[in-house]
Design a protein around this ligand. Structure first.
Ligand code: SAH
Length: 389
């Protein structure tokens, strides 16, 4: 254990339960320790504020895991994993599905750890030195608590660089399947490529909005922009859409979407466009009654916000021009830096420029298996709106 002593006046953030101690708040470090070791965080006056994992390379020097004077051991992590898994079991907010996020990092009091369950397989993403050095303990706890047959680790390359850790794609236990994993979400079925797909393979965070699309789709001409493997399109097909167009730049993702929609190939007009969605919406001349606009994170840093706002507005504006009267539009930002307030302003800008007043029907976001701690606003990233033209 080492002591991390904070500068005078720089203890406020920890006292407000924020889980990150930034390098600029650290006065000095006493004792030597390996990356990922437990660190005791001490106020300038000598008071012990709490304990966390030490990350000497990262700008975030300590990730707090426990506040107060009692030092935790590694069993603290196993207990938190057990609690996170138990919270999902039978959670009425999740509904009928075998694909859930079991651990959502700071949102579950476990900075550096994300775990998604796809049927009988877990995908584990470790993004801090603290979790990296404890990957065996993490794996043991997950195996005990879930009984899953297989677990693989998917590296988060950007985080590994920030933390100076070497994470590799690997098997934690079990025999990884050669084919994609089949998951079930309500009556929807998806095949998830857990080793090569985006993120951990599937956008579990859009589950609630998929339900909404399914609810709204009857008789509507649907446009699924930035479709990935067609999560929304499958929901629209189940909901009785009149036609569906998907636009996606990744050939692999679009091929998976075609497979997902195979049951409807003969009965539903489907269009699969491998294209730049920003370009597609400018050139397309079809009308739509239900439009989903779900771009990748356009602002990864605060300094990207102005440019990202223009890109969001641009794609919304052109999507709106394709929207029939009474059309529903589900629009999303998955950048923390473009949050709900700014996103409303961007949508308003698009509405003004398109000459199309819009009604806000609902604010959209990530479902209950992606909890965000109020202490940690940075954990919020998905902002969306259900709009009516
Ligand atoms: N709606 C999807 C998730 C979208 S993630 C779902 O719910 O599963 C964003 C997607 O946009 C990714 O699949 C990415 O490959 C794709 N993408 C990124 N830039 C693009 C562009 N310029 N044009 C079209 N697709 C793009």
């Amino acid at each position: 254990m080492l002591d991390v002593i904070l500068k005078p006046e720089r203890d406020r953030s920890v006292r407000r339960r924020h889980p990150w101690v930034l390098s600029g708040a650290v006065e000095r470090v006493e004792g030597a320790s390996e990356p990922g070791a437990w660190a005791r965080v001490v106020a300038a006056g000598g008071e012990t504020l709490g304990f966390g994992h030490w990350s000497p390379v990262s700008q975030i020097r300590v990730r707090m895991l426990r506040l107060g004077e009692t030092a935790p051991g590694d069993d603290w992590i196993a207990e938190r994993i057990a609690a996170a898994v138990a919270r999902r079991a039978g959670d009425p907010l999740l509904g009928d599905t075998d694909a859930v996020r079991l651990v959502n990092a700071e949102g579950d009091g476990l900075p550096g750890l994300v775990v998604d369950r796809y049927a009988d397989l877990l995908v584990v993403r470790i993004s801090t030195a603290g979790m990296h050095v404890r990957s065996k303990l993490v794996a043991d706890a997950l195996r005990r608590e879930t009984g899953a047959a297989v677990a693989i680790e998917r590296p988060d390359a950007a985080a590994a660089r920030r933390e100076g850790i070497a994470v590799q794609q690997g098997v934690l236990w079990g025999e990884p399947p050669a084919a994609p994993v089949e998951i079930r979400e309500r009556e929807r079925r998806y095949r998830v490529d857990v080793s090569a797909g985006q993120k951990t393979g599937f956008y579990l965070d859009q589950r609630d909005s998929r339900d909404l699309v399914q609810q709204l789709a009857r008789g509507r001409r649907v446009l699924d922009l930035f479709s990935y493997t067609g999560g929304f399109a499958v929901a629209a097909a189940h909901g009785g859409a009149a036609s569906i167009a998907l636009v996606e730049s990744s050939a692999e993702a679009l091929a998976a979407a075609e497979q997902h929609l195979a049951p409807w190939h003969d009965t539903l007009p489907l269009r699969f466009a491998r294209d730049d969605a920003f370009r597609f919406v400018r050139q397309d001349d079809h009308g739509y009654d239900l439009l989903v606009v779900d771009p990748p994170p356009l602002a990864r840093r605060a300094s990207d916000v102005a440019q990202a706002s223009r890109a969001y507005k641009d794609v919304l504006l052109h999507a709106l021009r394709r929207a029939a009267p009474g059309a529903y539009l589900l629009a999303f930002s998955c950048s923390h830096h473009v949050g709900p307030e700014l996103f409303r302003k961007i949508a308003f800008g698009a509405s003004l420029d398109a000459g199309r007043p819009l009604q806000v029907l609902r604010a959209l976001g990530a479902p209950a298996d992606h909890p965000v701690a109020l202490d940690h606003p940075e954990g919020h990233y998905l902002s969306g709106l259900l709009l009516r033209a």
